[in-house]
Ligand binder design. Structure first.
Ligand SMILES: [Zn+2]
Length: 87
């Protein structure tokens, strides 16, 4: 299962789609580099049941290292963005 989110790099303002593979860990860590060289690192909280997840804000569910912002988790928007592969 994958979680697909839209992000915007705070250095170059490029918007990307990233696809986070959801594993068994409570916290999923993901990392990559933007084309401009900015280091994109974040965490996603995995083990919350669906009802809690629905009521969680993006800021509660995802943690960023500050070099990017999460702009959307709406698949219709996110799927139009270019994919930034995770490392
Ligand atoms: Zn960038």
């Amino acid at each position: 299962m994958k979680d697909i989110i839209g992000i915007e790099c705070n250095s170059c303002a490029t918007q990307w789609r990233i696809e986070i593979e959801i594993g068994k860990n409570e916290i999923e860590t993901f990392a990559t580099l933007c084309e401009c060289g900015a280091i994109i690192v974040g965490n996603r909280r995995n083990k919350v049941d669906d009802e809690i997840a629905e009521s969680m804000s993006i800021k509660e569910r995802y943690l960023t290292n500050g070099s990017y912002s999460i702009i959307s988790i709406d698949h219709e928007i996110v799927n139009k963005l270019p994919l930034l592969e995770l490392e």
